[in-house]
Design a protein around this ligand. Sequence first.
Ligand code: PMP
Length: 335
Amino acid sequence: MTPDIRIGFANSVGNTPLIEIESLSAATGCTILGKAEFLNPGGSVKDRAALYMVLEAEKAGLLKAGGTIVEGTAGNTGIGLSLVANARGYRSVIVMPSNQSPEKIDLLRTLGAEVELTNPAPFTSPDNYYHVARRRAEEIENAFWANQFENISNSEAHYQTTAPEIWRQTGGDLDGVVMSSGTGGTIGGVTAYLKEQNPQIATYLIDPTGSGLYSYLTTGEFKAEGNSITEGIGINRATANFNRARLDGAFRGYDQQVIEMAQYLLKHDELFIGSSAALNVVGAVKLARKLGKGHTIATILCDGGGRYQSRMYNPEWLAEKGLTPVAKGLEFIDD
Ligand code: PMP
């Protein structure tokens, strides 16, 4: 027998299962598949981007022995980067907005990252976490700013790994993919690769409230309204990574749908997932209804529910937000 052993963090990233969500296949007449990115060693889809950004920076001579990795993040990229940093002997400095879940902040500190919390501020403000991270990287000697929004190694990770895995796991029998976007890394890399394999695959964005991407894709102008309890997704500008995406259309998704879907999947499919993953699954049902019965549709289960236990799985927090789940079936998804 040939041994099959993965050595360390870097070699344990990726090759996640593609899981059929049976209750939704039955409800839609399609095959609904979720890529279980919450099973990555750092618990999210961002492990892939973190690893690629560090390996590419080393190759380019941007990250040297004893260096510091600096990044602005909603949390998951920071968790991935801190793990790669620990594995490869770097220090990590993570800048994140203070309104992200306490579970992610605590985990980052446990992993040894130096965490700086910033007051939530729009991108146009110098206090926005993105700009603060850039300045920290300028101030620290021998520092590398990962810059996941504009660093193409982010989407390249998904072009080289996530998408080929989905293509292989479905045996090329795939009619549609749908997902939300934060930096645009996942949607950029996955849709670029899949459209090259088969241009007939329908590629869709699902966008939360508070994000301008839906408006950008449907009208050509960025316009964002409201806000959302989702974390790690939604943006009001086109990044280099998002610009790689090849998309056929876009859906909107709402917080109440996120909460209802999260509860639905817990009850029917033993899936315990985060808010962006739940939104993505809402998108998968919408795309199934759009394409009609008999199609195979894949989406991304970006991270797990444990990261949001105190929020979207906490009845008191939900009641405060007016988001108590009430649905009996899938009636919360409009067409
Ligand atoms: N979901 C979660 C929970 C995330 O942390 C992120 C990363 N910001 C995303 C989705 C979006 O992924 P991407 O940055 O590749 O667009």
